[in-house]
Design a protein around this ligand. Structure first.
Ligand SMILES: CC(C)(COP(=O)(O)OP(=O)(O)OC[C@H]1O[C@@H](n2cnc3c(N)ncnc32)[C@H](O)[C@@H]1OP(=O)(O)O)[C@@H](O)C(=O)NCCC(=O)NCCS
Length: 153
């Protein structure tokens, strides 16, 4: 996408991120974070937030936490209006490059076992390394396993 720009934002750049957050996640699973949760993670050392914009329009974001050589992709989301244009793949590639530049060598993530995002992660080169039974608690009281995936950087 020619007008896609990805750049890191700090606490003052949270509004467009929350705009994407509030439309991207299925409310049934309760996986979206609120502003206070996002802000408190962002203030921890080693955490960064990358915002993807198409022109002036917020389109997606990635929240990442790095500890030594390892990092976790805590959240990745693209607004429904901007999906299937390669924005999530571009955010993952951006994250890999940034992590490499910060001496990281592996990127982990957790994803609900029935989230279609798994197809995206496989395409991006992640492999499954584990499964956590009953890790996610849905709004309806149902529990769902998490898959743990990793990829080298
Ligand atoms: C998952 C998500 C981030 C994908 O964003 P996206 O920008 O649409 O993804 P991309 O366009 O980069 O997809 C690249 C490839 O991944 C795969 N893919 C992406 N979304 C998919 C889906 N819903 N079902 C199946 N495959 C999918 C496809 O192979 C796709 O290539 P294609 O469009 O040529 O077929 C987006 O759907 C989203 O925000 N979902 C809600 C939040 C979420 O669940 N995040 C992940 C857990 S934190």
């Amino acid at each position: 996408m020619s007008d896609l720009i990805i750049a890191e934002v700090g606490p003052s750049g949270l509004a467009p991120v929350m705009a994407v957050m509030n439309t991207a996640f299925d409310p049934g699973y309760g996986e979206a974070w609120n502003e206070a949760q996002t802000l408190s993670m962002l203030t921890l050392p080693g955490t960064w937030l990358s915002l993807a914009q198409c022109g002036e329009t917020p389109a997606g974001f990635a929240l990442v936490r790095q500890v030594a050589e390892e990092a976790e992709l805590l959240l990745l989301a693209v607004a429904p209006s901007h999906r299937r244009r390669g924005i999530a793949l571009a955010l993952i590639e951006h994250t890999r490059k940034l992590l490499h530049a910060r001496n990281g060598n592996i990127l982990h993530l957790e994803v609900r076992y029935n989230n279609p995002a798994i197809e995206l992660y496989k395409k991006a080169g992640f492999v499954q390394i584990g499964r956590r039974p009953g890790y996610y608690h849905g709004r309806d009281g149902q529990v769902h396993d998490a898959l743990t995936l990793s990829c080298s950087v």
